[in-house]
Design a binder for this molecule. Structure first.
Ligand SMILES: Cc1cc2nc3c(=O)[nH]c(=O)nc-3n(C[C@H](O)[C@H](O)[C@H](O)COP(=O)(O)OP(=O)(O)OC[C@H]3O[C@@H](n4cnc5c(N)ncnc54)[C@H](O)[C@@H]3O)c2cc1C
Ligand code: SF4
Length: 471
């Protein structure tokens, strides 16, 4: 621990963002990197606790107190080596991880937690600047081949780990570019795609083979026999729909259709479908989560005249509730950078029907709802508030109400993969599916989650695949 009194002397410096009036006019990253000296100062706030709850809070088990200490002392290389040992894409988590670790930081009990995520980013960007993130191909190849299906963070971290162990890895991706939701879901104003390309370039030089436009089970010929093991990392992309009157009207889209199209356009790709553009439109985003927030940010950039985000559930508390104690990751109200840019947020609203004119959506009919606990089961029961029905005008509705499970495409059937009750791919504790030698990782296995969880899953699947190949 560099400075035992650091947390008493140095106050938290909150993340810095570009001014709203400026950033709303473009798609560039809203976040501003802070100075390296500020990061070192911030790292001195880490108390190097005897039991590092932050390390427990991070799904990857990042060595947080250790790299904070190294960074504070100016030993960036050692900090980088430790970070690189547990995290395959710290330049991504350092930017957009919800920082589960910071909610379990001991300093956070009665002060602001250490800015762990920004410290992680500072170390990573320093390492890239110094040229320490360079291709390190394995010295020897094992002669074993592994196919990874899907190039989101789960597939990529699995591929990177297996490649480091000397196996020959081919990543098959049905899209035109590598990255999964990092590429086509998350908007550029949260994650510019050159950050992703920089990492993929390193992995290519390390020997990972990437095949794009390869829809396994959907036209692309894939000979499973050519590989000694397969890892399915196909994500959880089947969107939850709202099967209510008027759903067929024009102007109602799933969030991923909307976000993907915008990301393609920004990167200069051609789009096949009709353009979904919020310009001068009254936009309603149904769903109060992070995906919905990304849609709010995009609608503002496209010049929407009005953006309203509605959510069925009650507004979460702004500080920890008693049943959500430290060091757990709490269910709190999240105000993202997109929310800071404008729009209105409403909670406890049920959408009853879409109302249209000439085949296109014009309004949505809603009602306020209340939640009460059932006396016998203690489960919350939703009821409509009498006399609270109302309508909101809208000519573009975005459905951001979550995802069900992975797409159960042909190859999963061919493999005779089994699914759990929620429709995710069922595996044993070693990530192996019901088909021998076929493993699964990421959202396809655990349901729609977070980047940090899927990176962990990819790495764990790789560890198990390596054991399988060695046996
Ligand atoms: C809009 C949005 C914003 C998000 N923002 C954040 C955030 O800010 N922070 C955070 O931590 N998490 C965020 N998440 C969650 C996070 O992005 C996901 O949990 C993560 O990307 C899942 O990784 P994955 O590799 O399992 O799947 P995905 O990223 O979904 O990748 C799966 C890949 O498999 C490919 N594929 C599927 N089937 C086939 C097939 N048959 N053949 C070939 N390829 C196939 C798909 O094309 C895709 O590229 C967000 C999610 C969404 C939807
Ligand atoms: S990956 Fe996320 S949870 Fe882990 S240390 Fe980084 S910011 Fe914290």
């Amino acid at each position: 621990m560099g400075d035992p009194r650091g947390f008493l002397k140095v106050k938290k410096i909150a993340a810095n963002y570009r001014p709203v009036c400026e950033r709303i006019k473009d798609y560039m990253d809203v976040f501003l990197m802070r100075d390296e000296n500020v990061s070192r100062d911030q790292a001195s706030r880490c108390m190097d606790c005897g039991t590092a709850f932050c390390n427990w809070g991070c799904p990857l088990g990042n060595y947080i107190p250790e790299w904070n200490d190294f960074m504070f002392k100016g030993n960036w290389k050692k900090a980088w080596r430790l970070l690189d040992a547990t995290n395959s894409m710290p330049e991504i988590t350092g930017r957009i991880c919800p920082a589960l670790c910071e909610y379990s930081c001991v300093l956070g009990i009665n002060d602001d937690p250490v800015t762990i995520r920004e410290n992680e980013l500072a170390i990573t960007e320093y390492a890239f600047k110094k040229g320490w993130v360079k291709p390190a191909p394995p010295k020897k190849r094992t002669g074993k081949g592994v196919a990874v299906i899907g190039s989101g963070p789960a597939g990529l971290s699995c591929a990177a780990e297996l490649n480091r162990k000397g196996h020959s890895v081919t990543v098959f991706e049905r899209d035109g570019k590598i990255g999964g939701i990092l590429r086509y879901g998350i908007p550029d104003f949260k994650l510019e795609k050159n950050i992703l390309d920089r990492r993929i370039a390193v992995w290519k030089k390390e020997g990972i083979r990437f095949v794009t436009g390869a829809n396994i089970g959907g036209g692309y010929k894939f000979a499973k026999e050519r590989f000694d093991a397969v890892c399915v990392a196909s994500g959880s992309r089947v969107p939850r729909d709202l099967a209510i009157e008027g759903r067929e009207l024009k102007g109602i889209h799933f969030a991923m259709e909307y976000l993907t199209q915008a990301n393609r356009l920004i990167s200069g790709e051609k789009i096949k479908d009709d353009l979904i553009n919020a310009g001068n439109k009254k936009v309603i985003v149904i769903g109060g989560g992070d995906t919905g927030a990304d849609c709010v940010g995009l609608a503002h950039r496209q010049g929407a005249s009005c953006v309203v985000q509605i959510e069925l559930l009650p507004k979460p508390p702004e500080c920890r509730a008693e049943n959500d104690p430290w060091p757990k990751y709490p269910m709190l109200l999240k105000t993202s950078t997109s929310h800071q840019e404008g729009g209105q947020r409403e909670w406890q609203i049920l959408t009853r029907k879409f109302i249209g004119e000439n085949g296109a959506v014009k309004k949505i009919s809603c009602v306020k709802v209340a939640f009460e606990k059932n006396a016998a089961t203690a489960c919350p029961v939703m009821t409509e508030v009498p006399g609270s029905a109302f309508e909101i005008e809208s000519d573009l509705v975005i459905l951001a109400i979550g995802f069900l499970h992975t797409e159960k495409t042909g190859f999963l059937k061919e493999l005779k993969a089994k699914f759990d009750k929620r429709g995710n791919i069922l595996t044993g504790p070693g990530y192996e599916t019901s088909a021998k030698g076929v493993f699964a990782a990421g959202d396809a296995r655990r349901g729609q989650s977070l980047i940090v969880w899927t990176l962990w899953e990819g790495r764990e699947a790789a560890r198990n695949i390596d054991d399988y190949l060695k046996s």
